[in-house]
Each structure stands twice: as C-alpha cells, then as structure tokens.
Ligand binder design. Structure first.
Ligand code: 3PG
Ligand code: MG
Length: 427
C-alpha cells in the first residue's frame, strides 16, 4: 500500500520540521466557512508536537497569482488552528525573508509558526529551486501532509524535497491508502456518482469509472453537457459547448460497455428548472424523458408540452425527483459508492430551513448513502464543493471517508502518479 517513509519512520525528536499542509479553505469576508481541512491536519500536527519539534507550517490559499493579496491571507487559519489546538500559533507575514527567518530561529520545542500564503510568490507555482532552498532553511526535515495539493509539482511539494529529507504525514498516508484501496479492490457493486461543473476536469476519472464501476450516475452542471450531447434542448442551462464532443465520446464508450456486460451509465431524466438562479425564483420540474406522466392513460388531460420541454428562458439547476429516486435506488444496490460533485446548485440558500431550492437532489443522494432507505453502503466522498456542502450540513461523520482533496483525489482515482507523493523518500 503506502510505500513512502512516514513521520514515525525517522527520528524527529527536538528537530525543526517544515510541514506542508493544505489549508486552502473557503473564506467569506475573512471568515473560514469550512475548516474540515484544518481539522484533518490536527493528527499530524499533534504527533509532531509530541516529538517536541519546532514546527513551521506552510500552505497556499486560493489563487492569488504570485502577488500578496490580503483577501488570500492565511492569518484566519492561524487563529482557527490555535483555537482547535488550544495553544498559540505564531504567524509570519511573509513565507520567506529575514523577519521570518528570525521568527523561526526563536521557535522553542512544541511551538508553532504558520507562514503566510506561499502563492504570494510566483516561484511557488513555478516549482522554483531557489525559492524551495529558502523554505528549506526553516527545517531539518520536510513533512508533506497537504494531500489536496500533491497533484501539483510546486516548490513546496516537489522542489523542496531536493533540499530536505522528506517524509509523509498521517493524513497523506490515510488519503492515499483509502482511495487506492477503494479503486483497486472495491466491494462490489461499485457505484460512482459524479457531479460538479465541468466534464473536462473529470475526463480521466470518468473513463476510469467506465472501466471499473458497475453504475455511474451523472449530475450537476456537467450533466447538462451530456444532455446537450444527447440532443436534448437545455435552453439557458449552464454547460460547456466545447466539451460536447468529449461527452459524446464518453457516452459511446459507456454504451459499448453496457452492451457487453451489466453496467449502467445514467444521465438525469428530469430536472428542477427556473428562469433565474435565485432563492425567490419559482421553480418547476421538467421531465424530458416524459415516460411516466405521459403514459398514465386515465389522466383526464394530456400533459402540456411544457412538462417535458425546458422553456427558452429556463435553466436546469438540480436533478429532478425521478432522477433522484433512480440514483437513490442504485445506491441501495451498491456496496461501495464513490461520490464527487453535487447534483445541483447547492449554494443557493433556502427561504426557510437548511436545504436550498436546488439542493434536493444532493440531499436525496446523501439520505440514500446514509442508509435512510435501509441499506448501508461503504462511502467515499471527495471534491471541494461536495465536502463543503456535507460539512455545512453537519454530516461529515455519516460517510466512511471524506477526502480533503479535490483534484488530488480525482487524479489518484484516475490512476495518475502524484508528484508531491512520488518525491518523498521510499520506506
Ligand atoms: C484545492 O483546493 O484544489 C487544492 O488546495 C489545490 O489548489 P489549486 O487547485 O488552486 O492548485
Ligand atoms: Mg483545485
């Protein structure tokens, strides 16, 4: 399984440790809205403090594009980390420079210094050797625990490992182990539920799932691109016109597999539509497959065409109840569910209660995975927006593994090598 050296495989007692975490957390006006990544880093932080290390932590936050920008400061993270640990966390206003070096030199065993955003310097994303050597001045050993960022070859994930003995933290090991096991040896049937915005971000993982999964269900804005590829008029719905050919290829590959073996590739048959993305918008359900309603012979009226056609000013903002029920049914038959990406626009708040008007499809998926319909499946959840929603609903504990990685978990699932893991010392 995990073949890299760990913090327990090398002598760290009393040493200076440079720890790379992924504290890229969502902020709203300087307030952290989801601290899951910080909480998940605590095991490694505590294990290191138990070894009496002088701990220097570095991270990026957002995409400030190589320039200092207070909007992307890690200062709120220092505060939250300090609250969670119940101890002081010092904060350095720049990740390099004389002032920071002095703060590092003054650190005592068991003290923590968090450095300001690495991406305030363009050299971080350029995987710059000089910049890495400056960071390397802060530690005797480098510990990589930022699972969410190890798919990037950056100065703090790759170049740094050429300057310091480099080992893995506990979160990194757990993430790689769990995700690799689920993908390589899943308890079948294996169902993959993939949502979110863009197919282009997920081509590799979709192809991988066509190879290994028994059931794939698509939701989110990416479903709109598949619907467009199938010739359904999606009106004003958000989609990626350039991805339509990719969607067609994926559908063709899925069709081929479904003709050879038991396999389902499901795109939504109905959706919740509205003419604006607003909590006050009036919504309705459109059933573009229209197989249910239209076949009820005794219904006194013919259903109007609008019940199966999206109006020219309307857009799909969530999967509909037929689709939700079908996906929930699939979850009932699965022994492993891998879920990445919400089914609709979960960010739109509700007028009343915790569930927004376009979050009901996602809620159905959550209910089914949690076992509300009687069957309990193993569940692996990944991806920033999905985890943010689950965290906000207070339901993290209901899943077997909730990954701190978005892109990193997708790349690992797709079978790609992660540069930030490869660079670490072997056991
Ligand atoms: C993430 O949230 O995806 C990671 O922190 C990596 O950030 P990035 O996608 O901006 O490189
Ligand atoms: Mg990302």
């Amino acid at each position: 399984m995990f073949t890299k050296k760990m913090i327990n495989d090398i002598d760290l007692e009393g040493k200076r440790v440079l720890l790379r975490a992924d504290y890229n957390v969502p902020l709203d006006n300087g307030k952290i809205t989801d601290d899951y990544r910080i909480k998940q880093s605590l095991n490694t932080v505590k294990a290191l403090l138990d070894k009496n290390v002088k701990l220097v932590i570095c991270s990026h936050l957002g995409r400030p594009e190589g320039k200092p920008n207070p909007e992307f400061s890690l200062a709120p993270v220092a505060e939250r980390l300090s609250q969670l640990l119940g101890q002081d966390v010092q904060f350095a206003k720049d990740c390099i420079g004389d002032e920071t070096k002095k703060m590092v030199d003054r650190l005592q065993p068991r003290q923590i210094l968090l450095l300001e955003n690495l991406r305030f310097h363009p050299e971080e994303e350029q995987n710059d050797a000089d910049f890495a050597s400056k960071l390397a001045l802060y530690g005797d050993v480098f510990v990589q625990d930022g699972f969410g960022v190890v798919h990037r070859a950056h100065a703090s994930t790759e170049a740094i490992t050429h300057h310091l003995p480099s080992v893995a933290g506990l979160l990194l090991e757990k993430e790689v182990d769990v995700i690799t096991r689920v993908i390589d040896t899943p308890d079948r049937p294996l169902m993959a539920i993939v949502g979110g915005a863009k197919i282009s971000d997920k081509i590799d993982v979709l192809n991988k799932f066509i190879d290994i999964a028994d059931f794939i269900a698509i939701g989110g804005a990416m479903a709109n691109t598949f619907l467009a590829a199938e010739g359904i008029d999606i009106a004003k719905s958000k989609f990626e016109p350039n991805d339509v050919p990719i969607a067609k290829d994926i559908l063709a590959k899925a069709r081929e597999k479904s003709q050879q073996e038991r396999f389902i590739f499901y795109i939504p048959q109905d959706g919740v539509v509205a003419n604006k993305l607003d909590k006050n918008a009036s919504t309705r359900i459109v059933d573009w497959d229209a197989h249910m309603i239209a076949e009820v012979e005794n219904y006194p009226k013919q259903p109007p065409e609008s019940s199966r056609v999206i109006g020219e000013d309307e857009m799909i903002l969530d999967i509909g109840p037929f689709s939700g029920a079908f996906i929930a049914g699939g979850i009932q038959l699965a022994n492993t569910v891998v879920w990445n990406g919400t089914m609709g626009v979960t960010e739109t708040p509700s007028l009343q209660g915790p569930v927004g008007p376009f979050a009901r499809g996602t809620e159905l998926v959550i209910d089914a995975i949690m076992g509300d319909y009687g069957h309990q499946t193993y569940s692996l959840v990944g991806g920033g927006d999905t985890v943010g929603y689950v965290e906000q609903r207070g339901l993290i504990g209901a899943f077997d593994h909730v990954s701190t990685g978005g892109g990193a978990s997708l790349e690992l699932m797709a079978g790609r090598k992660l540069p930030g893991v490869e660079a670490l010392q072997d056991k």
